[in-house]
Design a binder for this molecule. Sequence first.
Ligand SMILES: *Cc1c(COP(=O)(O)O)cnc(C)c1O
Length: 401
Amino acid sequence: MAHLASVGSHSVNGVAALHSELLRTEVLRDFAEMWPERFNNRTNGVTPRRFLAQCNPRLARLLTEALGDEGWITDLSRLKALEPLAEDARFRARFRRIKRENKAMLADWIRTHNGLEVNLDSLFDVQVKRFHEYKRQHLNALHVLHLYNRIKRDPQIDLVPRTFLFAGKSAPGYYLAKKIIHLINAIGELVNHDHDVAGRLKVVFLENYSVTLAEQIVPAAELSEQISTAGKEASGTGNMKFGLNGALTIGTLDGANVEIRDLVGPENFFLFGLTAPEVAERRARGYNPVDCIQASPELREVIDRLARNEVCPQQPDVFRPLLDNLVGSDPYFVLADFAAYLRAQEEVSRLYRDQEEWTRRAILNVARLGHFSSDRTIQEYAREIWDLEPCPIALPHYVQE
Ligand SMILES: *Cc1c(COP(=O)(O)O)cnc(C)c1O
């Protein structure tokens, strides 16, 4: 399909810088050699109307007050002017209070739909997106199991409480993705009511993910999980929605994460994992996931708990296909990135204990992500791909005011 599209198009866009480069040099190299002028990059964006003004009215009001007017809604680059406010303790307190109110709203939804109580003081750690092995929701699930292991080993351990939120669908015939959804729900059953856990970990799976549900989740998120195998996520747009609503990102150098990190500054982004060239190199060298298990006692414990059927004892071997996939071939380098992911997550927990510094970095993320407005993307398409001139229109009277 991509080959036919390359022949039939006058412009080919990889939707984020990294993927546009991969198209040119690898995926569609022959076509790029034949028609170099077709290949370009216009990085994706999200609409600030839906994904800020509409879904997060509290933050929208604060932005309008801080920036002096509502102009940011149609010129998102104006968020830049928030930067100095990251150093203002009163502004940080207001920003933090809004996040907490948004968390309380989502907690109400969770109570109604999942019958679970979540702790508003816990870190809302969110991964919502379609289910696919390359997006690695199972890497996140292994981290939850690791924290569970630490609590079971030492129930008195001082851990930052976390609420893990998952949502997403898979293609109906995608067997392993369905297994990952099952695994997350089974881990929820295991940890949510465990006496030793004592409410410090909650795993919530919100069903029937949609844009409307995303509008409820995004404003409440504090940590945005963008943990795809490097080279696999063309852009991602969830990453942009979360950052613009004041979540910090934990992520790989993949898709638009690369540009997000460049813009917010590496000190305001939790980076981990193999890079796209490193993934390619490991694959070429002959990757054996068993080596990773041997090198990491934490990973071994997590894999052992799964292998001993302790996650879903009433259905022995229900996760065997997933386990065999990870231990046997691990095509998406989940085990290869596990140790680095744990270290990055420890850094997340450490920072979360310092709420002032966390909030400071969250505000800087909002201030520096105005680039990811779909208005900017569409302007670029209009001018540089479609060769269109602006055509001002008179709005009908009922739209004005
Ligand atoms: C934004 C969005 C996506 C894309 O999310 P990614 O994390 O970029 O994969 C998918 N589904 C819904 C409902 C969304 O709102």
